[in-house]
Design a protein around this ligand. Sequence first.
Ligand SMILES: NC(=O)c1ccc[n+]([C@@H]2O[C@H](COP(=O)([O-])OP(=O)(O)OC[C@H]3O[C@@H](n4cnc5c(N)ncnc54)[C@H](O)[C@@H]3O)[C@@H](O)[C@H]2O)c1
Length: 422
Amino acid sequence: MVKFKIAKEDLFKKGKEALYFAENKMPVTGKVIRERFKKEKPLESIIIAGCLHVTKETGILARTLKAGGAKVILCGSNPLSTQDDVAAALVKEGINVFAWYGSNNDEFYWCIRECLKFKPNILIDDGADLIYTAHKEFPELITNGTIIGCQEETTTGVKRFEAMEKTGHLKVPLFPVNDARCKNQFDNELGTGQGIVSAIYGMHVLFAGKTVIIAGYGHCSSGMALKARGLGAIVIVTEIDPIKALQARFAGFQVVPIAKALPNADIILTATGCKDVIQPTKEIFESLKDGVILGNLGHFNVEIPTEELYKFAKKINPIRSNVEELVFPSGKRVYLLAEGRLANLILSEGHPSEVMDMSFSLQCLMSEYIVKNKDFLSPSMIKVPEEIDNEVGRLKLDSMGIEIDKLTEDQIKYINDPGSGT
Ligand SMILES: NC(=O)c1ccc[n+]([C@@H]2O[C@H](COP(=O)([O-])OP(=O)(O)OC[C@H]3O[C@@H](n4cnc5c(N)ncnc54)[C@H](O)[C@@H]3O)[C@@H](O)[C@H]2O)c1
């Protein structure tokens, strides 16, 4: 029997429409892999818990895992990103869902615990909260071998697991799916790049002619800088990594320390995985331009110091859904998007389905890989095998009707011959 706690069951019709829309744009996850999974049932009697943004794209992933024979349980990976209509539609299809838009911190972790009570074999995480909670509160699932492998969807989660591995606290085989080429070179760059448009959609402002700070020049932020420039903005990049800073400079962006750039910025967008990208001091807050828009696309709500901003403001006016006007003691106003949380997911619908097709194809194939190889996996971070990464790339190209060249025998020989010099 399906178990769930969601906002409203009767939203299912709207959710079904959203899923239909995504399904057509995700031919690899929703068709090619699903058809094979239906026949081969590689996930038969496997329980998979996913702590993911409960969006229409995640729905397509859940359907394919279920088609492969798995029992699927979902909880949200952000308190504000659940699409309640999609959650309702998934429940109707027999997927166990514990997620609703606007859950508080206690409810958020309650949902995670409900997933873990199913005694899942595979955990698919987005930000590390599910797997971390399994280590902390459900260690028996690890020690008794119930959990056979784990998958992580985002950079921040991968960083948390790297820290756990370094200190000897990582007790499960962990695949950083985020780091696969088919994931971070498309999802992070293209998805978050396009996401800045949806991030400020709630404000309905023009990018052209605005001075926009993009904090970071990594996978997400470099995509954001390019898109902001494409929309006609004057883009300033801030970085802490000298090589990334050079890359930004050679791509034609101004590179400036953030404190110097802040007073001129009309829009500030962060995606660094770091905290306090804007330092939480009175002087820094007061140096912001009147009317500036602040949006974060990094995983946690600490890149823009949200709590300190709320404390500093003498008034907070909600002006549109997920947009707040914070009035400072000096009378200056700043506009904070989505309470400092993932603005692209909360003000809009997150990454376009086409991009998520690759990320979630990887997640499907990695679940299958974990089941097949469970007896050989050790508790550590394990790279996604190159063959699986390439397979997703090939399937995506096929679905787009694109052919590429193949190395000839002679070319393979040449590449592998150390003696072939001048
Ligand atoms: N919004 C989304 O839909 C979405 C999608 C994918 C990833 N993410 C999240 O976005 C964040 C970034 O991910 P990524 O894949 O781009 O990571 P990345 O490591 O490729 O890039 C982060 C960049 O930020 C820089 N940086 C770190 N601290 C900084 C600081 N204080 N000031 C300026 N620059 C700083 C780093 O040097 C690096 O170049 C993570 O939290 C990730 O989980 C969000």
